[in-house]
Design a protein around this ligand. Structure first.
Ligand code: MN
Length: 228
């Protein structure tokens, strides 16, 4: 095998609840506007339009429990989202077979430089500068589906310094997990290691240095993240 001319990048991996084993990450897909109340708060029609996705980079995922406030923004928002981790993939996966590809589920934040994202939206430019920055996706451990099943309902909440900011239920998703997987697989070849952030309920808002975010989803535990 040929030698690499520079050091090989580290494999990004997520912890697994109750295990020392790790889940290696290949790609990160994020769905936009997947809860009606959040679509409305962002100024959009909550009607069931086709889903849309953007991506973060695998090494934007971070399970350290600390979120460093990023540069070039004064309006960084929390978006609390369940993520889905795939153990297998393929193209054109049917809705009824989609959950066979899921390894497990976990808690995550889709941290967003809202001011930069809003500028990009206005100019019709890509969103990466608002979404795919360093450590922009704090994540908790994966709960294997073999232990927790495939949650399609369950209370989701996010507090900041003890004050409730976001509340919703997984059953309010416009596009359900099997539909998201199926839809994505029509446009991309999904593979083991792919992670999908499944959208946020309403109540997104800014954080500041020193804040403590605590997210919970019934049946999937909690995630505490310090803004540093
Ligand atoms: Mn989001």
């Amino acid at each position: 095998m040929a030698e690499f001319v520079i050091a090989t990048p580290e494999v990004v991996a997520l912890p697994i609840a109750g295990s020392d084993a790790l889940f290696p990450v290949r790609r990160v897909y994020c769905i936009g506007r997947n809860y009606a109340a959040h679509a409305i708060e962002m100024g959009h029609d909550p009607d069931r339009e086709p889903p849309f996705f953007f991506q973060k980079n695998p090494n934007n995922l971070d399970s350290s429990g600390t979120f460093p406030y990023p540069p070039h923004s004064s309006d960084v928002h929390h978006e609390a989202e369940m993520y889905v981790a795939l153990k297998s993939g393929g193209a054109n996966i049917s809705v009824d077979k989609a959950l066979d590809h899921v390894y497990g589920y976990g808690l995550s934040l889709d941290m967003t430089r809202r001011d930069l994202q809003s500028e990009m939206k206005k100019m019709g430019r890509p969103w990466e500068i608002g979404k795919a920055f360093e450590r922009s996706a704090p994540c908790g451990p994966i709960h294997p589906a073999s232990e927790v099943g495939h949650p399609d309902k369950g209370h989701l909440s996010l507090t900041v310094n003890g004050e409730v900011r976001q509340e919703g239920d997984l059953n309010q998703m416009i596009w359900k997990v099997p539909e998201m997987i199926s839809y994505l697989s029509e446009y991309f070849e999904l593979a083991p290691g792919d992670v999908i952030q499944s959208g946020t309920p309403s109540g997104v808002g800014p954080v500041e240095k020193g804040d403590v975010m605590v997210m919970t989803i019934d049946g999937l535990g909690s995630l505490t993240v310090d803004v540093a």
